[in-house]
Design a protein around this ligand. Structure first.
Ligand SMILES: Nc1ncnc2c1ncn2[C@@H]1O[C@H](COP(=O)(O)OP(=O)(O)OP(=O)(O)O)[C@@H](O)[C@H]1O
Length: 458
């Protein structure tokens, strides 16, 4: 949701404008003066709408302070000359009061569209393997993601990244850390779904010697290890309630207390959290603390699923293919025409990760200079897949799916149950376009633990 700040001293105009913008799905904050506005992190806003004449400093004083966020100046007909002066000083536009609602909404949406186009450079990120890469994709939704990263990274606020598995949530978290003032300090990444529930609190917050059976020495937790830097909590929706309470304390008080200790210690950690689940829905069912959700959701970044990124698929495929060719010393390999159209039409339930894996398979299996459809080994599409939306809640029992309308989770269960006796975990993960770790996590979540009879991975 785009964030707008209104700076207006007249309460009636301020609240009418706020209501109007909120009705059109903007996230709006309001202040009465330029001084109050400057007390906020202005770079977090996509647009600042300010009255020209304010008590204290004029609205134009915000232009330099807010840059690169654009400032739209409101003025009365009587002061048109000052409006033109405001433009000269760098205001993005002006609007005369009293204004027509449609005119204002049109102006706001035009400015935001222009902003998205002007500042859409994808950020460079060092991935977990240590190699430097640029995020790929030019669709409007990704340009908005890049703008959001650029604005949010320096603001030192908590960020919630939402998106399906494999959409690049960790990559975004890395970009945020690397573009922040904490870039030289540690980035600690923790996948909450991968740590057993009984261990997660001591992993995150540490423990004192003797705090529980088996705690033979005291231990520093991962939150403390991120002191001065950034803590990335992936799959935060899986965090048990007790650990959520401790995390809330870290966010509220900046304090940490090891398990079994009476002492607290101050920590300075920026938290970035990610999830593929709808935390608000989880909080309604009591699985996630609502107060923690509000603390986390200071800034939100939504990653679009690959199937909604249209032309991006082939652009990403070309860049990832080149990399895979280099890795396997098979430079010059190309995708056949039918392979390209298969890539374009495929629903990509495992998103960019699945695409990466398919291309890797293609490079390894291709015999000539072309990669054909078969070489990509995409999961069978005889079944219609409808990847689950971010707010999907996981079913806990495997039920026979309606093959005409399978959600991603249904599809996953169906595929695993049908093939786990013939395939190793590695093969299953590859076919599903997910990592083995992710396969394990999903098995735990969906209650389909690995069968003892399944073939061992090679
Ligand atoms: N826009 C992008 N440009 C380049 N590579 C990308 C992009 N998005 C994702 N990837 C690649 O796809 C793979 C999966 O990305 P990442 O691990 O960040 O996804 P995720 O959403 O965190 O997945 P999960 O929820 O399963 O952990 C990584 O190898 C990453 O480099």
């Amino acid at each position: 949701m785009r964030r707008i700040l209104i700076v207006e001293d007249e309460a009636i105009i301020r609240s009418a404008l706020k209501r109007l913008l909120e009705r059109h799905d903007y996230h709006v904050q309001e202040v009465e003066s330029a001084e109050d506005a400057q007390a906020l992190a202005l770079s977090q806003f996509d647009l600042i709408i300010s009255d020209l004449r304010l008590p204290g400093e004029p609205g134009t004083s915000l232009i330099a302070a807010a840059a690169p966020a654009p400032v739209l100046i409101m003025t009365s007909y009587a002061s048109m000359r000052s409006a033109v002066d405001a433009l000269k000083q760098g205001a993005v536009d002006y609007i005369a009061k009293p204004f027509d609602h449609d005119e204002l909404l049109e102006t706001v949406s035009r400015i935001l569209r222009q902003q998205a186009i002007q500042h859409s450079e994808p950020p460079d990120v060092t991935d977990k393997g240590g190699s430097r890469q640029s995020m790929i994709g030019e669709c409007v939704a990704m340009q908005q993601v890049y703008t959001r990263i650029r604005k949010t990274a320096p603001a030192d606020v908590t960020v919630l990244i939402q998106g399906e598995s494999g959409t690049g949530k960790e990559l975004v978290a890395r970009a945020l850390h690397q573009q922040s003032k904490r870039a030289r300090a540690a980035l600690i990444c923790v996948n909450c779904a991968a740590i057993p529930e009984t261990l997660i609190e001591s992993e995150l917050f540490g423990h004192e010697k003797g705090a529980f059976t088996g705690a033979s020495a005291s231990r520093t937790g991962l939150v403390e290890a991120a002191d001065g830097g950034t803590l990335f909590l992936d799959e935060i929706g899986e965090l048990p309630l007790d650990a959520q309470a401790r995390l809330l304390r870290v966010l509220q008080e900046g304090e940490i207390r090891k398990i079994g200790s009476v002492e607290t210690r101050h920590v300075d950690v920026r938290l970035i959290a990610a999830t593929h689940r709808d935390l608000r829905a989880l909080s309604k069912s009591g699985e996630f603390r609502l107060d923690l959700y509000y603390r986390l959701n200071v800034m939100q970044i939504d990653l679009p699923p690959l199937r909604e990124r249209e032309d991006d698929v082939l652009q990403i495929a070309d860049i990832l293919l080149e990399k895979a060719c280099k890795r396997h010393s098979r430079e010059g390999l190309r995708l056949s025409k039918s392979a390209r159209s298969e890539l374009k039409d495929y629903p990509w339930p495992g998103n960019v990760r699945e695409l990466e894996n398919a291309l890797e398979r293609g490079v390894i299996l291709a015999e000539g200079h072309l990669i054909h459809t078969d070489d990509l080994g995409l999961a069978p599409t005889g079944l219609t897949m409808r990847p689950a939306p971010v707010n999907a809640t996981s079913p806990s029992v495997a039920e026979p799916p309606n093959e005409d309308d399978l959600s991603l989770e249904d599809y996953f269960q169906h595929f695993v149950l049908e093939h786990q006796d013939q395939m190793s975990e590695t093969e299953l993960a590859q076919k599903l376009g997910i990592s083995r770790k992710n396969l394990w996590e999903r098995r735990q979540r969906l209650g389909i633990p690995r069968k003892k009879t399944a073939r061992r991975p090679l």
